[in-house]
Design a protein around this ligand. Structure first.
Ligand code: HEC
Length: 275
């Protein structure tokens, strides 16, 4: 070891002369709100005093030779003790528990809303849907309102400044019975009702309510496929819709099956084909 530097020598000599400050054990703390820790002060020379830079983050109480530190909220504070030998600092870091969301999954029917509660957010919260044609989100006061739009699944990502949480949303098609239905499907289906009867009666062309989503989708796909070779009214009608639109209108049409039966307009044959 080198003893050439006078400063180095001084550092060696100070403890020997007994003028170093008190020591703290431990010399730093990482805590979560509500936790209490005790720090021991040794080598006290004369009377000990204490200051705390952010008492709102952690409270510190000195009862020599101990300091009791109570963590209050996220942040950091420096607790400094002073005696005849000088001062020593204790760095206290309080970390808030990570943000949580509840529930972590939602099952909705199209048109239905559900809420997700955000707890312990750090900083501002943001929420986004991976697919807003399936589920949309509105965030207000740490409450996320998720609305099911059409059948499918979407992930809602809720973030604060530190954490990211995902809520898995499964939307099933509205089973009918008077619930709210997808506006998009209803608007698309309005076109169909110029020719087909809306409420499941038998006026107009073939009844298109009372079928399942899959049935309607496969009929539409079949009619699209035939459009080129057999130019019939309905084949040309089917042509203009994208797959997503067919799904949306099929979900709407399938949802009407429940209300049709309660309407008392059943008049026998569902099929008034004139062939
Ligand atoms: C311009 C009139 C018209 C419009 C608009 C129309 N269709 Fe049709 N649709 C028909 C006719 C006519 C038939 C009967 C074809 C046949 O049976 O030969 C038919 C048949 C069907 C069939 C087959 C029914 C079965 O049981 O075989 C389905 C499904 C259908 N349409 C769905 C729809 C949907 C969904 C829409 C709206 C996107 C729609 N149609 C719009 C005229 C129309």
């Amino acid at each position: 070891m080198s003893t050439r530097t006078p400063l180095f020598l001084l550092a060696w000599l100070l403890p020997v002369l007994g003028v170093q400050a008190a020591s703290l054990s431990p010399s730093s703390l990482t805590m979560s709100p509500g936790q209490v820790a005790v720090v021991t002060v040794t080598n006290i020379k004369g009377s000990l005093s204490m200051t705390n830079s952010s008492p709102a983050v952690a409270a510190a109480a000195l009862a020599s030779p101990r300091i009791t530190v109570s963590a209050l909220k996220a942040g950091s504070t420096t607790v400094t003790v002073r005696d005849k030998g000088g001062s020593k600092s204790l760095r206290v870091t309080v970390t808030a528990p990570p943000m949580t969301v509840s529930p972590e999954s939602l099952n909705l029917t199209a048109g239905q809303s559900g809420t997700v509660t955000v707890s312990n957010p750090n900083g501002s919260v943001r929420a986004a849907s991976s697919n807003s044609s399936i589920a949309t989100v509105i965030l207000s006061n740490n409450l996320v309102t998720v609305q099911g739009k059409m059948a499918g699944s979407a992930a809602i990502t809720i973030r604060d400044s530190k954490t990211s949480r995902t809520v898995a949303v499964t939307v099933t098609s509205n089973g009918g019975g008077g619930g709210v239905t997808s506006t998009e499907g209803r608007l698309l289906a309005a076109q169909c009702f110029q020719c087909h009867n809306a409420k499941g009666g038998s006026t107009g062309f073939d009844r298109i309510t009372g079928e399942s989503v899959n049935e309607i989708v496969s009929e539409m796909k079949e009619m699209q496929a035939k459009a080129a070779s057999e130019p019939e009214i309905m084949h040309s009608q089917a042509m203009i819709y994208t797959d997503a639109e067919i799904t949306a209108l099929a979900q709407y049409l399938a949802s009407l099956s429940g209300s049709g039966s309660g309407g008392g307009n059943s008049n026998g044959g569902k099929d008034n084909d004139d062939d």
